[in-house]
Design a binder for this molecule. Structure first.
Ligand code: PEP
Ligand code: MG
Length: 660
């Protein structure tokens, strides 16, 4: 039986390493031959490597073809995995300096002893260097005797088993306390899948079968495969080349009876300096002895950086080690945040780094104490401190940072990521997931805010002379029911899963609020007529145009709340494009004109008896928070990492230090 089905991949960020490994595992549990087709290219669904080389992104359509007795159930399982939400962890792209966005390392900086690189993991460390530069030469292939082939194959399989055991042990060590998989554990599981992949093992065994020795067969095949990854036009998939190279080298080491990285010689925590350090190398390290990492290979999305971030030690990757005299390297001062290191720092520099480390630790501990407090001002007002998110995958981080709900879900990011617009059902699933995760806390979802500098694949827009003053946000949505209605319907349906607030962006006139609410009512009636369940929703608007701030009193009559978008409110009040670095002098939220606008919005809310929050960047500015609280703001929404600091500012409000 041959069966086929098309499916749109809704896994967060597509088929990156970990989902690809899971998919291959799933496919392997069926006897059927299963292929994935992307356009004209097909791949064996039982091979993680093949799946990854297809580079399937979130929102892309693929075709699955299954042949065999259990083809129907295989197809159903795979489609459900690819189109469902399985709590997949997002691929790591978001290091503070990802290769796509990071400036090139400061190669030219001629400061003596300074080694420029990229941020792999934030933080500061100083200490002795442990240099790991194993000999990675590729030995010339040896011809083996025909009767030695079986023994050579066995040697290779034993080495593979050895590597897999190391990865299993590393994975077990990295599991969360409740036995669930941490991001780090998933990395090790995915690398084990890669190591066992038929695309790697098959050709190696073929070469051995053709009488080439196991070491050179492994390195030839592994390094060639790594090169294929290195040529992919996507920074994330490119860094998978490191993983494949790491596997090939570990296999070769094991075949040659070489020990892997072994820090048993170390008696104190050290900074590991390596040319290339694979996640597999890290799996062998007693990580409690690693106080930092400095590597010449890798980028912010390499698995080594992911693991460094997960364990929490600073790392500088992509560093210029070629210029360093490693034989004379004794001590390193490492600045992961700044993406550089200093070789053999003098006493003053060493003392400075120790001091920076100590004060960073103190400050972090002090601020983290506030992450899970319920912030009340000294005069007893409870303030909601919530998270700004752009996708469901940010929920965990937001919760861990102490978010009391979501104060701004920028849904346009979800529309912009895929190759096509998400359907009502896809949107419903995402909204329901976020609402469920935060319940009973509220989740504020903003309807599509497209236009300005945000373009949408699948929507033709005429080019405009002034896009920021153009057809954007609610203006576009009201003109396009085919775009707006599925979102409103998805929101109404998702509302049964938690406490939903929705918010319309770019409002500048009362008629827009009336029209948007009318569409929402029409969608609710249609759903009810279809027998669909809908839930209650608080409806609010963003105050981000001067017109809205000036007419706040009138607007407040039509909504349940305001959320002030200080980013746009500043650019429109100051007539200064927020994306133009030259105008930074004018783009100041503390300019008297902007302060006046914010105050007007707060006054309008107070007069109508509705609550007012802030979701622009100013909400997370601990120095600005006292001013907002003094005007009656009761909700602040910001990027999750700022939450503990903001809660501290709230708790301390009223101590007499704040601006009035
Ligand atoms: C704002 O304008 O302040 C805001 C929060 O919206 P965005 O930054 O998404 O335009
Ligand atoms: Mg805005």
């Amino acid at each position: 039986m041959i069966l086929e089905q098309r499916v749109t991949v809704t896994l967060e960020e597509g088929l990156h390493a970990r989902p690809a490994a899971r998919l291959a595992q799933l496919a392997k549990s069926f006897g059927a031959r299963i292929e994935i087709h992307k356009g004209a290219v097909a791949a064996n669904a039982k091979s993680t490597v093949k799946i990854m080389l297809l580079t399937v992104k979130e929102g892309e359509d693929i075709l699955i073809r299954a042949e065999g007795d259990d083809a129907a159930s295989a197809l159903a399982e795979l489609v459900s995995y690819l189109s469902g939400s399985h709590g997949e962890t997002k691929r790591e792209t978001a290091g503070p300096a990802s290769p796509a966005t990071a400036p090139e390392p400061d190669r030219a900086s001629g400061v003596a002893g300074r080694i420029a690189g990229l941020c792999g993991s934030e933080g500061v460390a100083v200490g002795p260097a442990f240099i790991y530069m194993p000999d990675h030469g590729v030995p010339a292939p040896q011809r083996i005797a025909p009767d030695a082939v079986e023994a050579e194959l066995l040697r290779f399989r034993t080495a593979l088993l050895d590597v897999c055991r190391t990865l299993d042990a590393a994975r077990d060590k990295a599991l969360n306390a409740d036995g669930s998989e941490s991001a780090e554990a998933q990395v090790f599981a995915a690398i084990k899948e890669l190591a066992q992949d038929s695309e790697l093992v098959g050709p190696i065994e073929q070469r051995i079968g053709a009488r080439q020795d196991a070491v050179s067969s492994t390195l030839d095949v592994g390094l060639a495969l790594a090169d294929r990854f290195a040529r992919i036009d996507d920074a994330y998939f490119r860094t998978r080349a490191d993983d494949v190279r790491g596997i090939a080298r570990q296999l070769a080491d094991s075949l040659q009876g070489r020990r892997g990285v072994d820090l048993s010689d170390l008696s104190e925590p050290s900074i590991v300096v390596a040319g290339e350090l694979s996640a597999l190398d890290l799996a062998r390290l007693p990580t409690h002895l690693v106080s930092g990492l400095l590597t010449s290979e890798g980028g912010a999305t390499s698995h080594v950086a992911i693991i460094a971030r997960a364990i929490g030690f600073p790392a500088v990757v992509g560093a210029r080690l070629a210029t360093v005299d490693l034989a004379r390297l004794r001590t390193i001062a490492l600045d992961g945040t700044g993406g550089y290191a200093i070789a053999n720092p003098d006493r003053d520099t060493e003392a400075l780094f120790r001091q920076r480390r100590a004060s960073a630790d103190d400050a972090r501990r002090e601020i983290e104490r506030f992450a899970h407090v319920e912030p009340r001002t000294r005069d007893g007002r409870r303030i909601e401190v919530a998270a700004n998110i752009g996708s469901a995958s940010e929920v965990e981080v937001a919760l861990a940072s102490g978010a009391m709900g979501v104060g701004l879900f920028r849904t346009e990011f979800m529309f912009m990521r895929g190759a096509s617009l998400p359907t009502e059902q896809e949107q419903y699933r995402t909204y329901a997931k976020v609402l469920g995760a935060f319940s009973p806390h509220p989740v504020l979802i903003r309807t599509l805010d497209i236009g300005g500098d945000k373009k949408l694949p699948g929507i033709e827009t005429e080019s405009e002379a002034n896009p920021f003053l153009g057809w954007r946000g609610i203006r576009m949505c009201l003109d396009q029911p085919a775009l707006f209605d599925p979102q409103l319907r998805a929101l109404l349906r998702a509302a049964v899963h938690g406490r939903l607030r929705i918010m319309f962006p770019m409002i500048s006139d009362v008629s827009e609020v009336i029209a948007a609410r009318a569409r929402l009512d029409a969608c609710r009636s249609a759903l009810q007529a279809e027998g669909e369940e809908t839930g209650p929703i608080e409806v609010g608007i963003m105050i981000e145009t001067p017109a809205a701030a000036l007419c706040a009193r009138e607007l407040a009559e039509h909504v349940d709340f305001f959320s002030i978008g200080t980013n746009d409110l500043t650019q429109y009040t100051m007539a200064a494009d927020r994306t133009n670095a030259r105008l930074a002098r004018l783009n100041r939220v503390d300019h008297p004109a902007v302060l006046r606008m914010i105050e007007l919005a707060c006054e309008g809310a107070r007069a109508a008896g509705i609550w007012v929050g802030v979701c622009g960047e100013a909400a997370g500015d601990a120095c600005f928070i006292p001013r907002l609280l003094s005007w009656g703001v009761t909700e602040l929404s910001m990027s999750p990492s700022l939450i503990p600091r903001a809660k501290k500012a709230v708790v301390e409000y009223g101590a007499g230090s704040e601006a009035a």
